[in-house]
Design a protein around this ligand. Structure first.
Ligand code: SAJ
Length: 421
């Protein structure tokens, strides 16, 4: 099949970089998004999200005429759906964005087109998408009806890029491609091979869906192991950071790092899709989610204990006079992304509960979110100068560079193990 025009539906953290990379290979790309502001921004050659170097690639793609954004679907040879798949009440996956995207592209589909679902999805979502498309276009045939002889090819190809390294990983990572039939897989591979330097490995749609969920659940379970160790070590008075360093010297042990909880839009969400599909069987995966989700409350308890300890060393002082400094709001180090961040949740809770002043250090942002209006954004130096109790939540580079002697005498809760305690 020859692909001269690609349409990417959903211009967020995955869709926009993908659209831009196709365009950088001189393929005509139409990006579609329901958000008018995002469409206008892209058509001006600018971006509405934060990702290193993406602004340059989008700017070049738009000025050279290869990338154009629109709020309505238009005809193309291949459609990539990269819309969100959040969960609703009870951790049930919400496929409504995929349904809307399917209904939006259905009218412009023509014989020979390829439709790829890139959104992280529960097992069976690609088949469901194909069913929605078939319902809207009874004049065309789909793989579930005609197998390899279908008019439309359908595949699932999950994204696996790490925020902050998206442009490099999009090109270099291996891709798992799960077609509804073999011809679907081959068509999708031909498309990705226009820019993917990694291997494109073929499988079926259900395995590809499960593969993506498995990767993120694997990480979640391993982080939960580290988080559980940190809670056990606190009870046993063992330094968990030293413990993990030592255990990792074993050639077949590689424990991840404990933290204040798991944030981001993927690792804290995707395992629930497995739990929802197999609630009886997914015991370990569910428990890992619960362990990681319970970590912020444990950190807040530790902070209260530290405030209590400070007060016991300073008789006559009241909690109102204790200044707490929270270091870091982002969901992981050296990025400015605060969405789904346990550090942000903890800081909000501290600012609500603590009677005294709360200051915040987050070197990657210039203004605090509205939910933290009761706190003050300040520099590392200002925070150390005025605070009595420091709460380290994110291991940003500038925090690792703080000289240990400047922390002497301060009460510290370090959820990342970077400061001497
Ligand atoms: N975290 C820890 N301890 C660790 C590692 C991570 O507490 O040892 C925490 C981080 O602080 C953060 C959260 O986990 O709050 C998630 O961060 P991350 O760097 O592990 O992952 P994400 O969410 O940025 O990206 C993940 C990646 N998946 C895997 O590494 C298996 C990425 O490749 C996926 O493409 C992405 O999810 C996604 O979109 O699904």
């Amino acid at each position: 099949m020859s692909i001269s025009k690609v349409s990417v539906i959903g211009l967020g953290y995955i869709g926009l970089p993908t659209a831009a990379v196709f365009a950088s290979r001189k393929i005509q790309v139409i990006g579609v998004d329901v958000n008018q502001h995002c469409v206008d921004t892209i058509n001006r050659g600018q971006i509405h999200i934060v990702e290193p170097d993406l602004d340059m690639v989008v700017h070049a793609a738009v000025t050279e005429g290869y990338l154009r954004a629109s709020t309505t679907a238009q005809a193309a040879d291949a459609f990539l759906i990269a819309v969100p798949t959040p969960f609703r009440e009870g951790f049930k996956p919400d496929l409504s964005y995929i349904e809307s995207a399917s209904k939006a592209i259905a009218p412009v589909l023509k014989k020979g087109d390829l439709v790829i679902l890139e959104s992280t999805s529960p097992v069976g979502a690609t088949e469901q998408m194909a069913a929605w498309l078939a319902e809207a276009r009874p004049d065309l045939s789909f793989p579930q009806q005609k197998g390899d002889a279908s008019d439309i090819r359908v595949a699932h190809c999950p994204e696996r890029v790490l925020p902050g390294h998206v442009l490099r990983e999009l090109v270099q990572n291996d891709r798992v491609i799960g077609g509804m039939t073999e011809k679907c897989s081959l068509a999708a591979r031909a498309l990705y091979k226009t820019f993917v330097e990694g291997e494109c490995v073929l499988t079926n749609a259900r395995t590809a869906e499960m593969c993506k969920l498995t990767e993120n659940s694997f990480r979640d379970v391993n982080i939960a192991f580290a988080n559980e160790l940190s809670i056990i070590c606190e009870e046993l008075k063992v330094d968990v950071w030293e413990l993990i360093r030592l255990a990792n010297r074993h050639p077949r042990v590689n424990i991840l790092q404990p933290g204040p909880g798991v944030g981001g839009h993927c690792i804290a969400v995707d395992p629930w899709f497995i739990v929802d599909s197999a609630p009886e069987q997914a015991r370990l995966i569910r428990t890992a989610r619960q362990v990681n989700d319970s970590k912020p409350a444990w950190v807040i308890e530790k902070l209260h204990a530290a405030i209590g300890e400070h007060l016991s060393k300073h008789p006559g002082k009241t909690a109102q006079e204790v200044v707490v400094a929270c270091f870091g709001l982002a969901f992981k180090p050296d990025i400015d992304d605060l969405r789904e961040s346990p550090a942000l949740e903890i800081t909000k809770e501290v600012s609500k509960r603590h009677a005294g002043k709360v200051v915040v250090v987050e070197p990657n942002i210039h203004t605090l979110p509205a939910s933290l209006e009761a706190t003050v954004l300040c520099t590392v130096e200002e925070a150390i100068k005025q605070a009595d109790v420091l709460l380290l939540l994110v291991d940003h580079k500038p925090f690792k560079a703080i000289a240990p002697q400047s922390l002497e005498g301060l009460q510290i809760v370090d959820t990342r193990g970077i400061w001497p305690v």
